[in-house]
Design a protein around this ligand. Structure first.
Ligand SMILES: *[C@@H]1O[C@H](CO)[C@@H](O)[C@H](O)[C@H]1NC(C)=O
Length: 275
């Protein structure tokens, strides 16, 4: 079933109640809620590449690891310092999908109350049952980035392995998934679906004119164009993409009411996103 490699939805939905139960609601009055934030468990720490260091000024790998594992200590201090009231945690990529043995993966997902995220696109008709359930429950789906599966990494990035993650591979993979949902008619069949995507829309709103113009010359199953889906079905977050110029441009393209605040804590330095 190997098609591609990001997934996903809502490790956060299953982990958020844990955070809620453990931490007292700290309403700073500014109402900031962030949703694209990273965390992991000791059993999965081996997945954190030793070359990745904390994005905090002068940060080290050891600090990154401590921050990834932490829920109640420096994370809460950081939230207080940045007027963040509520944080939805997502498991650091590749998380449980990175476990090749399906039995072991299923066991850990139950143990940790995580959703198993598998290598597939949710844009095929067989997943209509999923989108129907999402519509019935009236909940948003968060589609987060992750590392591609190894065969894809080998094909695409062997020439320059540094491109595998946030600089290129994450957005390339996630935007292919989001486009798949658009062109395969998910938002036509399920017009109430709300999809949340991070990292300034995985670059798509920066290119909407070209995308929609190209599609308009082609016969597709789309009843609306991608811009319309962005204004009706899709929300983006600011996670780890703290460019004011880009934010202003996206406000013009899709509107401020489609853009949500997030920091990508642990992969980004929150004060840069709060300014
Ligand atoms: C997208 O569709 C909307 C609504 O039909 C239309 O107003 C807009 O011009 C389209 N955008 C592009 C770039 O084709």
């Amino acid at each position: 079933m190997l098609v591609s490699a990001y997934f996903s939805f809502v490790a956060s939905l299953s982990t958020a109640p844990l955070a809620l139960a453990a931490a007292k609601w700290g309403n700073s009055g500014t109402g900031s809620i962030v949703i694209g934030e990273e965390w992991t468990i000791p059993e999965l720490l081996y997945q954190v590449l030793p070359v990745v260091v904390s994005p905090f000024p002068g940060g080290t790998h050891a600090e990154l690891v401590l921050n990834l594992l932490d829920v109640h200590n420096q994370r809460l201090d950081m939230m207080n310092a940045n007027q963040i009231d509520f944080m939805v945690l997502g498991c650091n990529s590749p998380c449980i999908q990175g476990i090749a043995n399906p039995v072991a993966a299923a066991k850990m997902s139950v143990q940790e109350q995580m959703v198993i995220k598998i290598f597939l696109y949710y844009d095929q008709v067989e997943y209509d049952v999923f989108w129907q359930m999402v519509s019935d429950l009236d909940v948003p789906v968060y589609l987060h980035t992750r590392l591609d599966a190894q065969p894809i990494l080998d094909l695409l990035y062997a020439h320059a392995p540094l491109l595998r993650g946030a600089p290129q591979g994450f957005s390339a993979g996630a935007s292919a998934h989001i486009f798949g949902l658009c062109v395969n008619g998910i938002f036509n069949r399920f017009p109430d679906v709300r999809l949340i995507i991070g990292h300034m829309g995985e670059r798509i709103p920066s290119d909407l004119y070209r995308i929609d113009t190209e599609f308009s010359h082609t016969k597709t199953a789309m009843k609306q164009n991608t811009t319309t889906y962005f204004k009706r079905n899709i929300y983006e977050t600011t996670s780890s993409d703290f460019s004011t110029n880009l934010l202003k441009f996206h406000m013009g393209e899709i509107g401020l009411d489609r853009i949500m605040y997030s920091t990508d804590y642990l992969k980004a330095y929150p004060p840069d996103g709060t300014a």
